[in-house]
Design a protein. Structure first.
Length: 406
């Protein structure tokens, strides 16, 4: 994968949101994208319960494409973009063409760039939206709008009503067309799904590497979303013939991989590895707390899936129709198990993406001149973690990591 594209995506951690209001904590674009996808998952699962077909793979790529567009247009506020779209359609189309031009050299995968172009065209109204995507788009748009409402609700604690009243009115009007969605109703009326979301939102307040100053500071939730995007892109590169369920499972396994930290907090790696037995003990405690505090807040329609994503999250595995989870080799995932019916997950790929994110978090701060023994040790540890010339999940990880920091 192109180093410059990874660096560009990482810029999502530096884009500040609501920076014309009093903010009780940092609100950044990467965190918003992560929360939006958690909300989309909750709403989408309720729609699936009713028999609606949700295209999760499309949604995963939509989250990537929206982030890329946001990074390119971070200086233009959303209301201005909406006015351009409604009242100055020609200029809006030219603006979208400019966005695509910014990424032409960074996205070397022609097929991916073509998908990006189609997405931008459909989003702007230049291309027709296929009928079979309309339900998925509604769920995704509802999640986008509700995640913005959640941010405003958090900001309302420290901002005078006069600052927020106009925005509040506009957001309530924007969400109206989606109020038939059951999952959204449950969130807005603050039922147990809202309590589940509150737990996940705690990951926005938890800073990674919290024992050292770092630029940009990254939250656990933003990190999870970045890992999901890296898993999506690396998986596409190493095995373009992955079945659809595998792509989706990989993405959401990555998005939820640190879910236990919403109730246990981020236990840093050196502490986890203080004794040989401690990693397994910590994992056992995390699983117990998840079962006690998070599982009761999840709907039965997706609780088993989330547990599948978060238990043994870094193992390559499948899950049969009998519900039994089986660890498998990567070669088997690419062969007989590369079918939707086996529910395959590239757990090792999620782990590589997790380590890649940690490497970037340390290295970029060091290059900004904000460094410490923790950051230098973390970066050096990641560079030495994978043996030279060894391929894991089809990736020469050592080579990839060294290319990223050089």
């Amino acid at each position: 994968m192109d180093k410059q594209l990874i660096l560009k995506i990482f810029e999502g951690f530096s884009i500040q949101r609501w920076n014309d209001l009093i903010r009780p904590f940092d609100l950044v674009e990467m965190d918003k994208a992560g929360e939006k996808m958690v909300i989309a998952y909750i709403i989408g699962k309720y729609e699936e319960k009713k028999g609606t077909k949700i295209n999760w793979k499309w949604m995963a790529y939509a989250s990537l494409f929206d982030l890329l567009k946001k990074i390119a247009l971070c200086d233009i506020k959303a209301p201005v973009q909406q006015m351009l779209k409604k009242e100055f359609t020609r200029e809006y189309m030219r603006l979208n063409e400019w966005v695509l031009k910014q990424y032409r050299q960074l996205i070397t995968d022609d097929s991916l760039f073509s998908e990006f172009t189609i997405y931008i065209g459909q989003n702007s109204g230049s291309f027709a939206l296929p009928e079979q995507l309309k339900d998925s788009v509604r769920v995704y748009n509802a999640a986008h709008k509700y995640s913005t409402i959640r941010e405003l609700e958090m900001l309302s604690v420290v901002n005078e009503k006069e600052r927020l009243s106009k925005i509040d009115t506009e957001l309530k009007a924007d969400i109206q067309p989606y109020l038939d969605l059951e999952g959204l109703q449950k969130l807005m009326t603050r039922q147990k799904e809202f309590d589940f979301l509150l737990k996940i939102e705690q990951l926005r307040f938890q800073t990674r590497w919290n024992q050292t100053p770092r630029v940009p500071a990254t939250s656990v939730l933003g990190h999870c979303f970045f890992v999901a995007i890296m898993t999506l892109l690396l998986g596409r590169e190493t095995n373009p013939s992955m079945c659809e369920r595998r792509v989706v499972n990989n993405y959401f396994s990555a998005l939820f991989h640190d879910l236990p930290e919403s109730v246990t907090r981020d236990i840093i790696s050196p502490v986890k590895q203080a004794t040989d037995a401690l990693p397994n003990i910590v994992k056992k405690i995390e699983d117990e707390i998840v079962n006690k505090e998070l599982v009761p807040l999840m709907d039965k329609s997706y609780v088993d899936e989330v547990i599948y994503y978060t238990s043994d999250e870094f193992a390559d595995r499948i899950k049969g129709k009998d519900g039994k989870v089986q660890k498998v080799e990567w070669e088997e995932l690419n062969g007989k198990y590369n079918k939707d019916s086996f529910n395959p997950v590239d757990g090792k790929l999620v782990r590589i993406s997790d380590h890649l994110s940690a490497l970037m978090e340390a290295d970029i701060s060091i290059k900004h001149g904000i460094t410490s023994t923790h950051l230098q040790g973390g970066r050096d540890g990641m560079l030495e973690l994978y043996p030279q010339d060894q391929k894991i999940s089809g990736i020469e990880v050592n080579k990839l990591f060294h290319e990223l920091v050089n």
